[in-house]
Design a protein around this ligand. Structure first.
Ligand code: GLY
Ligand code: MN
Ligand code: MN
Length: 445
């Protein structure tokens, strides 16, 4: 069982002879404000990783000395069964999660008093306070655990990679189905409904994040989630969406013209983004730093925009002045796993680079085999960024004003794939058409 391996991995980071107990609190149900409207349950990722439990109101202890796993389940009464369904027996819970010791949650204090740990490692202040409230004599520590679990989660096990591959496989199908079906006149939510249908048809029910289904200028809004406008003839359509398989995310973006035929500018700018994507993917391998890939992609984007008369001047100078960030204002990619923006991008002591665009890069560490990353360059025409830049002489001298203003209604293009870093390079789990000819052929039917 995968979580057994995760527990072993975590415990191996603690010194031999180290005493103490690791405490983890599982998520509870969440309700909309003060009402009884219940959000779909989704376990907190660290708890899911260590225990394998995706049910509310559990707690866990790991005894570092003995390596034993104590799982605490909520006691359910008949009313629970009436409203929520059958109550699992202790035997069923044991069978499913294989704890060394199974207890009810109200035994947590008793078990901790028995174990008498010198120190209780907690994930954060909130969980530490929960433990301190049980007994003021407990000594809690919040410096170690988060970093330790994060370190484990960065490198995926084979089982995790299988789950991620399944999330990716279904996402490939759902993206392709939308690409085949989209037509001018459809509403963004119709495209979303079709996408969601194909995920559900393959058993995936939990979106990994709020999907972006953006027509026209909405495609230049990085986190557009209203998804409620009509998609018009001549519009680009950008879809950035994915679901989870047993908690593990897929996060894929495609952009194409809703009418199935790229216009001159659409094809030109699309190809710039695609070149940045393909080149970055080629370079992914162990030892490479994400910030180097990011800056490489920026250089490709600037060269392409220059070729198409959108920017002008020396690429070196434009790099120095961060002109790329006016068109590509987000990071090139991020870790992917139990969270879409998965943990571990910034190990302790590594800071963000304080520079436009790259400051939003979510990973600054050397790539290693077993990591899973996204690569997602984009080019957007965002009047809120480009308008002021045209008024700023330091930036305006690199912009072809007429061309830039004419593209204010263009929208944006992002292309995003999900990669496993291997010993020699990478394996691309995303297999949705992305070459212009391929896309046009699919959309033609
Ligand atoms: N949709 C979020 C991302 O691509 O990072
Ligand atoms: Mn995405
Ligand atoms: Mn992403």
């Amino acid at each position: 069982m995968s979580s057994q391996l995760h527990r072993e991995k975590l415990l191996s980071l603690f010194e031999e002879n180290q005493e103490g107990v690791i405490y983890l609190k599982g998520a509870e149900n969440m309700y909309r404000y003060g009402t009884d409207y219940e959000f779909p349950f989704r376990q907190e990722s660290n708890f899911w990783y260590i225990t394998g439990v995706n049910e509310p109101e559990y707690h866990a202890l790991l005894d570092i000395g003995s390596g034993e796993f104590h799982l605490f389940h909520p006691k359910r009464d008949a009313q629970f069964a009436v409203w929520h369904g059958r109550i699992k027996s202790a035997a069923e819970i044991r069978e499913e999660y294989s704890p060394d010791h199974l207890h009810e949650t109200n035994d947590l204090l008793r078990v901790l008093n028995q174990l008498k740990p010198d120190v209780i490692y907690c994930l954060d202040e909130e969980q530490a306070e929960f433990i301190e409230d049980l007994n003021r004599d407990f000594s809690v520590e919040t410096e170690t655990l988060q970093d330790a679990i994060t370190y484990c989660r960065c490198i995926k096990t084979d089982h995790e990679l299988q789950l991620m591959s399944e999330a990716a496989r279904v996402n490939n199908i759902a993206h392709l189905e939308v690409m085949k079906a989209i037509k001018p006149g459809m509403f963004e939510y119709e495209a979303k409904a079709l996408f969601d249908f194909h995920q559900a048809k393959h058993g995936l029910l939990q979106p990994a994040y709020n999907g972006i289904h953006a027509g026209g200028t909405n495609s230049a809004i990085l986190h557009y989630v209203e998804n409620n406008k009509r998609i018009n003839d001549g519009d680009l359509y950008l879809i950035d969406a994915g679901y989870e398989k047993d908690g593990y995310a897929s996060d894929v973006t495609r952009t194409y013209p809703a009418n199935g035929r790229f216009s001159g500018d659409q094809a030109a700018i699309y190809q710039v983004v695609l070149d940045a994507l393909n080149k970055s993917i080629e370079l992914v391998k162990p030892g490479v730093k994400m910030e180097e890939l990011h800056l490489g992609a920026c250089r490709i984007i600037l060269s392409g925009l220059k070729e198409h008369g959108i920017v002008k001047g020396s690429i070196e100078e434009m790099m120095e002045h961060s002109i790329f960030a006016l068109f590509f204002p987000h990071g090139l990619g991020h870790f992917l796993g139990l969270d879409t923006h998965d943990v571990g991008g910034y190990p302790k002591g590594v800071e963000r680079i304080d520079r436009p665009g790259i400051k939003f890069l979510r990973v600054r560490r050397e790539l290693m085999p077993g990591m899973v990353i996204t690569i997602e360059p984009g080019v957007y025409f965002i009047p809120a960024l480009l308008g002021p830049a045209l008024e700023n002489s330091e930036q305006a001298r690199y912009l072809n004003e007429e061309r830039v203003r004419a593209l204010f209604g263009f929208g944006g293009i992002r292309i995003e794939d999900n990669l496993i870093v291997t010993e020699t390079g990478s394996e691309n789990m995303t297999d949705v058409p992305k070459e212009i000819k391929e896309i046009e052929a699919v959309m033609k039917g």
